[in-house]
Design a protein around this ligand. Structure first.
Ligand SMILES: Nc1ncnc2c1ncn2[C@@H]1O[C@H](COP(=O)(O)OP(=O)(O)OP(=O)(O)O)[C@@H](O)[C@H]1O
Ligand SMILES: [Mg+2]
Length: 380
């Protein structure tokens, strides 16, 4: 069980800062997903961990020992690249065996390890082929197999599935989840795919501009994003944001707020927000209300529902069969996406009335920071 710790790590390329003081503990026997916009430093962080780059300042510890001065080969950490990086002239067997040969392993040991990894990854019938005789998914498996045979302390995956088509990605995602359970090892997984991060990771780390924005379990990040950036990054389709202002304090725990569309709602203010955000919670202050597409429903004309109604017009419907994303334009120039289950045959331009409950709303102050603890959505 290998734990990796990054302590105040920075990295600059020619005085240009890329990683800005990262402190991170990567727990052993768990999968940590690194996500963030393109260029935020995810690959650089992986390269620092495996030793392909040296930190400008700070330390990296593997199982308690500082590895700053250790070359990649001595760190015992395997990296799987998006581009597979297989040797084109070698067979699958030789690609997988290469690192073991360099390390001086015996022929029998190499054969045993390669056979075992190839079987696990279901490429044991392809060992005599060269990479160009393989499909993308098979190449990716060989690249993973090449990492597995080394019995590394940890695996670093840099967008391993992004070159595959949608169906193959799903299949490989399933196989990676199986592998994760089987190998019971430390994994760091960089991805742009929300589904991969949410389903494979025990912990998600969200990065922005070379720094960690928030870290937590997938559901923690989904339910309690700490700011607008995280809220807009996690969840697909993304969270809706509506402008609002504070009308008045209803009592010492509840704010009366008004959306731009004129609708009002009462939101509970957590105790901790009261302590340090008083100046941001005065009457007339601006807020952002965040609401996930699945928390908006079409208002029922038959039942009286306690909550807020938004009137709008359908501007687009994306029908996926089992669910539909309905895009609604509000009269004030704002737009929301609604996730509805089933097959929805809404005509474009049709009027629609939406219903939202204040307890489903995320509230962000004018600095974009969430009022933490506002809602504790119970686990199912
Ligand atoms: N060797 C290098 N020299 C100079 N700049 C570099 C070098 N490697 C990376 N960078 C810069 O560092 C920044 C972060 O790059 P990095 O590859 O880590 O981003 P990323 O988060 O992995 O992005 P993506 O999601 O697109 O893969 C980028 O602006 C990139 O241009
Ligand atoms: Mg990258």
């Amino acid at each position: 069980m290998t734990t990796i710790v990054l302590k105040d790590v920075t990295k600059s390329f020619k005085d240009h800062p890329i990683i800005n003081g990262v402190n991170l503990t990567i727990e052993g026997n768990a999968c940590t997903a690194l996500v963030g916009p393109s260029g935020c430093g995810k690959s650089t962080l992986l390269r620092l961990i495996c030793g392909l780059e040296e930190p400008t300042t700070g330390e990296i510890y593997v199982d308690g020992s500082c590895v700053n001065r250790l070359p990649p080969v001595a760190r015992g950490i395997a990296m799987v690249f998006q581009s597979y990086a297989l040797y084109p002239h070698m067979t699958v067997f030789d690609n997988m065996a290469f690192a073991l040969k360099i390390a001086g392993c015996s022929k029998t040991d190499i054969a045993r390890r390669v056979q075992h990894a190839a079987k696990t990854l279901k490429v044991d019938h392809l060992l005599d082929r060269t990479p160009k005789q393989l499909s993308g998914g098979q190449r990716q498996r060989v690249a993973i197999g090449r990492a597995i045979v080394r019995h590394p302390k940890a695996f670093l995956f840099d967008e391993p599935l992004s070159n595959l088509d949608a169906a193959l990605r799903l299949q490989m995602r399933y196989e990676l989840a199986r592998l994760k359970a089987e190998l019971n090892t430390t994994m760091v997984y960089v991805t742009h795919d929300q589904g991969e991060a949410m389903t494979l990771a025990d912990t998600i780390v969200i990065m922005r501009e070379g720094a960690i924005e928030q870290q937590g379990t997938p559901l923690e990040l989904y339910r309690s994003p700490k700011n607008l950036f995280v809220a807009s990054f996690i969840g697909s389709p993304t969270m809706n944001f509506l402008h609002a202002i504070i009308v008045a304090w209803q009592d010492d725990q509840h704010l009366n707020i008004r959306l731009r569309s004129g609708e009002t709602l009462v939101v509970q203010v957590p105790y901790e927000a009261l302590k340090w955000k008083e100046s941001l919670l005065e009457e007339g202050s601006e807020l952002t209300v965040g609401i996930r597409p699945e928390n908006l429903t079409e208002a029922s004309s038959r039942r009286k529902q306690a909550g807020t109604h938004l009137k709008g017009r359908v501007s687009l419907v994306e029908n996926l069969g089992h669910e539909a994303y309905v895009y609604v334009s509000l009269p004030v120039g704002e737009h929301v996406k609604v996730r509805l289950t089933g097959n929805c045959n809404y005509a474009i331009g049709r009027d629609i009335s939406l219903f939202l409950r204040s307890e489903d709303c995320h509230i962000f102050d004018s600095n974009g920071e969430a009022m933490r603890g506002l809602k504790e959505i119970p686990l199912c």
